[in-house]
Design a protein around this ligand. Structure first.
Ligand code: PGA
Ligand code: ZN
Length: 395
């Protein structure tokens, strides 16, 4: 693959905020659109504005134009040689990732492959891809909604067990069921929604939405194929060593007890992401020790898709979220995945709250054999990723 031209154009994400599309000419034009998060970990790669990204792309073009690359790793190493800073402050994490994804597409095209096939061959040759659990955020709180919920995401988790299409169908029907029930209970005809398409309403406390989701799953008799998960995104409500939670300042221990109480009262709850703030490492350790046998304790802000952070999170979590734009190249994302596997951790490939129509993460999930994918509510702009999932997992 020979690099001919590199550029950046501003595009808008699902929140209507400006982000970038990287345009890359090799044999023909390839591109990649980059999503953005609202609850970001401190270790995440830098995000350049479209104007700064454009300048950065010009500089990268000067260095790479006319160069030939045989593999994605080789291309990404060339990017890393231009910027070895941990947060990619020189070329911009979003610029680097756009280039890396577009280069993956160019290489796949030249080999007459789907992007997931290229990733699979280069990074995960021995991996068999089982169908992933579908983590679907149906009640939005925290930084994704203007409701009183401190916890950011309440998710239905569908287990496709051999029938992906059926699982997506059931997920859509449960999501609608939930909407119908909320409308009836609240006596409204329309429901506000948060950034990831979940319903965004006030509740009497942070436990109530979980109890509601469990009730719906059980009433429909779907307790075998559906379970529940939370993303607390607890860094967002951490203030000077305490958690501003359910109307009071709580200690880590009190929050720990809340999760145990939730798991006891809502047996379908099996996974909690970022239960504590990223700097509250001892709280993670104590919680994993207590709950890690029966629950997935998942790091997101804590590990930020960096292999080294994942290594350091041993004993703190037994699962990690993987978001390529937290680290900035596909190769480093795959290294983070490899490290997670080495540690025996579950991996969940995830979208961001500010999404685009770019479907690359679905290819990544397929190639690495992800245990789960997090794609938001089955509605609106999020639907594209469910459809891509159906395409790449049923070839
Ligand atoms: P973000 O949230 O994309 O707004 O960072 C998603 C998450 O915390 O998992
Ligand atoms: Zn998260």
């Amino acid at each position: 693959m020979k690099v001919q031209k590199i550029g950046v154009r501003p595009v808008f994400d699902s929140r209507g905020k400006e982000t970038i599309e990287v345009v890359f000419r090799a044999k023909r034009i390839f591109s990649a659109k980059i999503p953005s998060g609202a609850s970001r970990g401190t270790g995440e790669a830098s995000v350049f504005t479209p104007a700064a990204a454009k300048k950065s792309a010009e500089k990268v073009q000067e260095k790479l134009r006319g160069k030939e690359f045989c593999s994605l790793r080789e291309f990404d190493l060339a990017l890393l040689a231009l910027d070895s800073s941990s947060r990619k402050e020189k070329i911009g994490g979003n610029v680097a990732l756009g280039l890396s994804i577009a280069a993956a597409r160019a290489l796949a095209f030249e080999k007459n492959q789907e992007p997931w096939e290229l990733l699979s061959e280069e990074f995960f040759p021995k991996v068999k891809a089982p169908l992933p659990l579908l983590f679907s955020n149906v009640i939005n709180g925290g930084a994704h909604a203007r409701s009183n919920l401190d916890l950011q995401e309440y998710m239905f988790v569908a287990d496709p067990s051999g029938d992906l299409l059926g699982a997506v169908r059931q997920l859509i029907s449960l999501y609608r069921e939930l909407g119908a029930l909320l409308k009836k209970e609240r006596r409204v005809t329309l429901l506000p929604r948060g950034d990831e398409g979940g319903y965004a309403l006030d509740f009497s406390n942070n436990l109530e939405p979980l109890e509601l989701l469990q009730r719906i799953v059980e009433e429909k008799g779907l307790g075998r194929t559906f379970s529940l998960a939370l993303d607390a995104a607890a860094s967002q409500f951490f203030r000077k060593g305490r958690y501003s939670f359910d109307g009071a300042l709580r200690t880590s221990q009190e929050l720990h007890e809340f999760y145990l109480h939730a798991a006891e009262n809502v047996p379908l709850l099996f996974s909690v992401e970022d239960p504590f703030a990223e700097q509250d490492r001892e709280a993670f350790r104590a919680f994993l020790k207590k709950a890690g046998k029966s629950m997935w304790v998942v790091g997101d802000d804590l590990t930020a898709t960096h292999a080294e952070e994942i290594r350091n999170a041993r004993g703190l979590v037994n699962g990690v979220i993987i978001k390529p734009n937290q680290v900035g190249t596909v190769t480093e994302t795959c290294e983070a995945l490899e490290e997670a596997r080495k540690q025996g951790m579950k991996v969940i490939v995830s979208h961001r709250s500010g999404e685009t129509s770019d479907q690359f993460i679905v290819h990544l999930a397929r190639a690495c054999g992800a245990d789960g994918v997090k794609l938001g509510a089955p509605a609106g702009e999020r639907m594209g990723k469910y459809n891509e999932l159906l395409r790449v997992y049923t070839v």
